[in-house]
Design a protein around this ligand. Structure first.
Ligand SMILES: Nc1ncnc2c1ncn2[C@@H]1O[C@H](COP(=O)(O)OP(=O)(O)OP(=O)(O)O)[C@@H](O)[C@H]1O
Ligand code: SF4
Ligand SMILES: [Mg+2]
Length: 337
């Protein structure tokens, strides 16, 4: 996309035409197949799409954590603060992951050590990345737990992960991620396992952190409803591609890609009753070993034309900052109304 050709001063991360594949016994899984976007300082970028669209693989590629084999970044680039991560040695990359880019995953139980107290885990993380005394680390741990809204933080830091509820554990994970004062927080389905009220609280917390510390956030979710209030910009992913990218208002008010429109139609509205059947996008997400020809969305698209199974759409910028990858807008086919 043209947006990324020039390095904008504000862009701390540039993902440029990234291709990440997995070489499996069944064939090559083209999990991320030409993904381009930027993250600006202090913004929340939403990455949304159905299960299997390549969101987590994109995140893992940014962190250079793709298991190799079977995975490999085939081509493209990830530029962190002006430097290609592909050329950064693993020792330096480890320091970047600890100090500058932090991650929060869906299930904190798998990321927290069950035999260490919450306080010890955060303290260790702080001491690993900062030259501080034991007492200073303990003080900072307490401050962080208070910051993420753990009541009675001084006492709770002596508890073990299993003594916390799901929502509280996710707050602990965010505290742990923030212990290194990251410039970028990648939150991969951070609230999926939580009930709606707790989910809203955790999202509020992340918004607050962004406002206070100018932390950039990539918020990954399959639920477009979650990103409405959180994100500044949204990238919609489908089958390894970004099919639409724009600011959040444009995505919700003037979606252009048929897939974005379908995702929005599938959000339960406050007025819909429990018995009302929710719109579901027909068909299933394609097999990424052998994706559909032409536009990958064509077998499910309500607006598909005959050419859609033959021509791969290019990405076009409809207006500044609004990118769409669909033949209806590229001029690659003649549209008769
Ligand atoms: N280690 C792996 N080996 C083979 N294929 C993989 C591997 N990791 C991911 N994939 C494939 O890459 C594709 C994209 O997966 P990814 O986890 O990025 O999806 P996602 O958008 O994060 O989905 P979800 O919403 O379910 O988390 C999927 O087809 C998945 O099966
Ligand atoms: S290119 Fe064709 S199939 Fe693909 S989203 Fe656009 S109209 Fe639908
Ligand atoms: Mg995922």
């Amino acid at each position: 996309m043209a947006e990324n050709k020039a390095m904008d001063k504000e862009d701390i991360l540039i993902v440029d035409d990234l291709h990440t594949y997995f070489f499996t016994e069944d064939g090559v899984v083209k999990a991320v197949d030409g993904v381009t976007f930027t993250v600006r300082r202090g913004e929340v970028l939403g990455l949304v799409g159905e299960s299997g669209s390549g969101k987590s693989v994109t995140a893992m590629s940014i962190l250079k954590l793709i298991p190799q084999p079977p995975g490999k970044i085939i081509s493209g680039d990830v530029i962190w603060k002006g430097q290609s991560i592909l050329n950064i040695p693993e020792t330096e990359m480890r320091a970047i992951r600890g100090n500058q880019i932090a991650v929060v995953f869906q299930d904190p139980m798998t990321s927290l050590n069950p035999v260490l107290t919450i306080g010890d885990q955060i303290k260790e993380a702080i001491k690993l990345h900062q030259q501080v005394s034991d007492i200073e680390a303990e003080e900072k741990t307490r401050t962080l737990l208070e910051l993420v809204g753990i009541p009675d933080a001084g006492k709770r830091l002596k508890d073990y992960p299993w003594q916390f509820s799901g929502g509280m554990r996710q707050r602990v994970m965010i505290a742990l991620a923030l212990s290194c004062n990251p410039d970028l927080l990648i939150a991969d389905e951070p609230t999926t396992a939580l009930d709606v009220t707790i989910q809203a609280q955790v999202l509020d917390l992340m918004r607050d952190l962004k406002n206070r510390f100018q932390t950039s956030i990539i918020l990954i979710t399959h639920d477009i409803g979650v990103i409405a209030e959180m994100c500044d910009r949204v990238a919609v992913m489908y089958a390894g591609n970004i099919v639409e990218l724009a600011d959040v208002i444009t995505i919700f008010k003037e979606p252009k890609h048929p897939y974005t429109k379908a995702l929005l139609k599938a959000i339960p509205s406050a007025s819909s009753s429990r018995d009302e059947e929710l719109y579901a996008i027909p068909g299933t997400i394609p097999n990424l070993i052998n994706p559909p020809s032409g536009c990958r969305f064509h077998p499910r698209c309500a607006e598909a034309r005959p050419e859609c199974s033959e021509i791969v759409p290019e990405t076009v910028e409809l207006e500044p900052g609004h990118f769409v990858r669909c033949l209806l807008y590229t001029g690659q086919i003649e549209i008769t109304k």
